[in-house]
Structures are given as structure tokens and as C-alpha cells.
Design a protein around this ligand. Structure first.
Ligand code: ZN
Length: 501
């Protein structure tokens, strides 16, 4: 269009006409454009040249924080914005990335949490110092056992303890303990130097009285005129040997036959008192007949009396001037006075059983000795002396006792030795315990027996009429054959079956 317009204007003004002036308006527009261009360039230079852009990272919270070892660490974070050095009014928020991976809350040390922010060509880095410290002391835990006590004068036996540390873990092994003046002190220090202490007061108690012991047997038997040494010891669980503190009462007259009671009292430092007593028997020394032939000795023994036929038997023995041994029961009260007669006649009086009831006496050791002591008491009453010798009902080899108590014979044999007694079995039986009632048969049994053994311990029962009736003939014939009859004493050869229960 403008091309067509220009020739038209040339035509109307002619060739002499001055050159047409450029329109003024066009000139102004160009200048404005140039100005704008200049302003734009100037603004750009200002905004990106003179003004410096940057990212500012601001930490939330302190730039350095201290945490206790083991405490979970959660960083409060940071914020960031783009701003200019001159164009400070510009605040353009920028996302911040936080890096806490380097922080080990379980290990004391100095760590840095890193923060980064990016915007176009700008980036920024900041950090926070995290100090992990261990200022927590370990924990000592003491274990307590119910009703626990320590004996006076004794070292405390540890009930147990543990030590744990927030950083070091189980450090029980490092605990040092010291016992001083009734208190146990515990102390432990962790790697970081934190020390923990604990202490416990020792509870002392002594609940047991001293225990007596008798080196020469609980019961003592000596012969008249023999020296007597009262041997007794006492041991306390806390104080140890307290023998020196024993107080004795009672007196033994070694010149007078009889059973004496000695009483002993002792107390430990804590005040527990123990008392016991024991029998000391000063026994007579029997005048024994001369043994004609040491291979021909007979120990006649009569069990289960005294009874209806005992008196008759005593007369037979007296007639032949032979001594025997009586193992006493208390079955026949009317004849108990004969115990004294037996003793006076120079026979040996020894214990058998009060009741002779296997089920009762072999039920327990306590039951046995209770029954036993009833006989001892009667013997003591009748003869003034307790007996050192005894015979087990059924013999020491009996197995019937196993029906009532397993192992009772083993136990009783041991206890009898501890108590100072000697038990006596037999090696010849007359057969009057139930095998026969025939005196002839008994005679044969006994004759065979004495011909077999150098020392015959013959089992008879003075409560059997047929036994007593045949005894005169047996003694007469045995004496004729050169045998010597002896009462059993503590010095006699031993006759023991052997324990089977
Ligand atoms: Zn018997």
C-alpha cells in the first residue's frame, strides 16, 4: 500500500518541490524504542551485574547444640531464600535439604549437620555443629535375696549386682567392691570418666546355736578306778570353736559304780544357747574265770526276758558257776526285778528292746533309740549302770526292718558306734526262736555249734520253758568237754552278722 502511495505524492508536488520531510512521529517512536532498549540494558546490568543474587540459609535454633549420648537427635531444620545484595526486598523462599546422617548419637564426638539449597544457578551450604557428650554415670543395681543374712565374723557373700552404662553397656565386670565395717561399697567408672557408686549394709544374723561333739563317743563307759577325761567340743557356725566357753555341770566319781549325768551349756556371741547332757557310766570289772582252752569259749546269751523261767535259769547257772549274758526286754513287768538278780549274780545285762515290735522300732532311728532308752532306764534303775552292749531284735543282719524303713540297720549300726555302744549278734542258735520246742534238738544244735566255733555266741531265750529245762544238761556236758563259759564284755571278741538293710 505505501509503495503505491509514494508515487502519487511525487506526482502532485512536482520535481522542483523540496524533498519531503520524514514524518516527525516516526522519529519519536524510534527514540522511545531506543530509550527503552537502553533502560532495559541498564536494568539488566544493574540486576545481574551490580546487584549480586544469593541464597541465604537460616538455621532454626542454635548453630551449635550439645546432646547427651543416646538421646535421639532430631534436627529443627533450616529455611532459605534468594535475595539480592542491593535488591534486598526480594525474598524468594527456596527448599532446604538437611543431611543428619553423619551424627552418631551413640558415640561422643563433634558432628556437623549439613544444609543445602539450590535455585537456578545459585546454591548455598550451611551447617550446624552437634556435640554428642557422655555425662551420664553408669547405673549400679544391687540384687537382694529375701531373708538373706550373713553370719557374724563372716565375709559377706554377694547376692549379686549389675552395672550398665548408656554408652558402654554392661560394665558389671568393671565394678570394684570393698567390704568395710559392715558395709559393701561398689564403684564403677565408664569410659567417659563418669563414676557411679552404691553401697549396701550387711545384715548380720546367727540363727544356730553351737553344736556339741564328743570325740570319744556320746556316751562314756569306763571301769571303776579308771581315769576319766571329760572330752567335749563345741563348734559354732559363726564363732567357730567355742569349746573354751562350755560350762559343765555334774560330777563323775570314778571310784563309785554308777551312771552319772554331765550337762554342758554353751552360747555363741549372738546369744544362741545350746545345752546337752550325756551319761558317763562307771562300770564294774567282772572277775572272769580262767579260760581253760581258748578254742573252747561259750558265750551263752538269753534274749527277750526276764520272764517266768528266768529265776529257774539263774539257779542253774549259779549251780554250775557259769556266767551268761541277758538281752533285756520289758515285756514282762512282773519279772523286771530279776534284772537286778542277773546283775548281782555277775551276768552281763544288756539292752534288747522294750517292745520288740519290728514295725515300731525299725520305723525310724528316732523310734529305735526311744525304745532302746526305755530299756536303758530300767537297767539303770535296777543296776545303777547303763549298758554298753545291746542286741538288735532279729540281729543286725535282719531284712524284715526293710519293710518299715529302707537302710535303717546301716543307720542304726553307725549311730550306735557314735553313741558309744557295741552290738552283739550270735553264731550259734539253739533253735528256740521258733524252729523247735524240743530240748533234744536244741541240745544237738548247741553242741554242733560249739564244736564248730572257738568262740560260740549261742542264741537262747529265757522265756521258753523248754530252753531253761535243757540248759542244765548242756552246761554239764560242755563243761565236761573243757569249755569255759564267759559273760560278754566290751572286751569280748566281736560277733556281728553283717548288715543287709
Ligand atoms: Zn529277741
Amino acid at each position: 500500500m505505501s509503495e503505491t502511495k509514494l508515487p502519487e505524492a511525487k506526482k502532485s508536488q512536482g520535481p522542483s518541490a523540496p524533498p519531503p520531510k520524514r514524518p516527525r512521529k516516526k522519529h519519536t517512536v524510534r527514540n522511545v524504542l531506543l530509550l527503552l532498549l537502553f533502560l532495559f540494558a541498564a536494568a539488566t546490568v544493574f540486576a545481574f551485574g551490580i546487584n549480586k543474587w544469593r541464597i541465604d540459609i537460616s538455621l532454626t535454633g542454635d548453630s551449635s547444640v550439645t546432646y547427651e549420648c543416646g538421646t535421639p537427635y532430631r534436627d529443627p531444620g533450616a529455611s532459605a531464600e534468594v535475595t539480592g545484595s542491593i535488591l534486598k526486598f526480594v525474598h524468594h523462599p527456596v527448599e532446604v535439604e538437611t543431611f543428619t546422617e553423619g551424627v552418631n548419637i551413640h558415640e561422643p564426638g563433634t558432628y556437623r549437620v549439613k544444609f543445602t539449597a539450590k535455585f537456578l544457578w545459585l546454591d548455598a551450604v550451611a551447617s550446624r555443629t552437634v556435640v554428642i557428650v557422655d555425662t551420664t554415670p553408669p547405673v549400679i543395681e544391687l540384687k537382694h535375696i529375701d531373708d538373706y543374712y550373713t553370719l557374724p565374723h563372716h565375709e559377706y557373700k554377694e547376692e549379686g549386682f549389675t552395672a550398665t552404662d548408656n554408652h558402654d553397656g554392661d560394665i558389671t565386670e568393671l565394678v570394684e567392691r570393698e567390704e568395710r565395717d559392715g558395709i559393701v561399697y561398689y564403684s564403677v567408672t565408664d569410659e567417659a570418666g563418669n563414676t557411679a557408686t552404691a553401697e549396701r549394709e550387711i545384715f548380720y544374723d546367727d540363727r544356730n546355736a553351737p553344736v556339741f561333739s564328743f570325740p570319744s563317743g556320746e556316751e562314756v563307759f569306763i571301769y571303776k578306778g579308771e581315769p576319766y577325761k571329760d572330752e567335749v567340743k563345741a563348734e559354732d557356725d559363726a564363732d567357730g570353736d567355742v569349746t573354751a566357753r562350755i560350762k559343765k555341770s555334774g560330777k563323775v566319781n570314778t571310784e563309785k559304780i554308777g551312771t552319772y549325768t554331765m550337762t554342758y551349756t554353751v552360747s555363741d556371741e549372738w546369744g544362741n544357747v545350746a545345752t546337752t547332757s550325756r551319761y558317763v557310766t562307771v562300770k564294774r570289772k567282772l572277775t572272769l574265770p580262767t579260760v581253760k582252752d581258748p578254742d573252747k569259749v561259750i558265750y551263752l546269751t538269753f534274749d527277750d526276758g526276764p520272764g517266768k523261767y528266768t529265776e529257774e535259769l539263774l539257779a542253774i547257772l549259779k549251780k554250775h558257776k557259769v556266767k551268761a549274758t541277758f538281752f533285756i526286754t520289758l515285756a514282762y513287768e512282773d519279772y523286771q526285778n530279776l534284772i537286778k538278780e542277773e546283775y548281782r549274780a555277775g551276768h552281763t545285762v544288756a539292752v534288747h528292746s522294750a517292745t520288740h515290735e519290728y514295725s515300731e522300732i525299725y520305723a525310724s532311728s528316732e523310734a529305735y533309740w526311744k525304745d532302746f532308752n526305755k530299756v536303758q532306764d530300767i537297767i539303770q534303775k535296777e543296776t545303777r549302770c547303763r549298758s554298753q552292749l545291746f542286741r538288735f531284735p532279729g540281729g543286725s543282719s535282719n531284712t524284715i526292718s526293710a519293710n518299715y524303713c529302707e537302710g535303717i540297720m546301716t543307720k542304726l549300726a553307725q549311730e550306735s558306734a557314735d553313741k558309744g555302744y557295741t552290738y552283739v549278734d550270735w553264731n550259734v542258735t539253739s533253735g528256740d526262736a521258733g524252729d523247735t520246742t524240743d530240748g533234744e534238738v536244741m541240745y544237738e544244735n548247741m553242741m554242733n555249734g560249739i564244736h564248730t566255733y572257738k568262740n560260740s555266741f549261742i542264741l537262747c531265750h529265757d522265756i521258753k520253758e523248754y530252753t531253761v529245762k535243757m540248759m542244765d544238761k548242756f552246761i554239764t556236758d560242755a563243761l565236761k568237754e573243757g569249755y569255759t563259759f564267759l559273760p560278754i564284755t566290751a572286751e569280748s571278741p566281736s560277733c556281728k552278722h553283717g548288715i543287709n538293710n
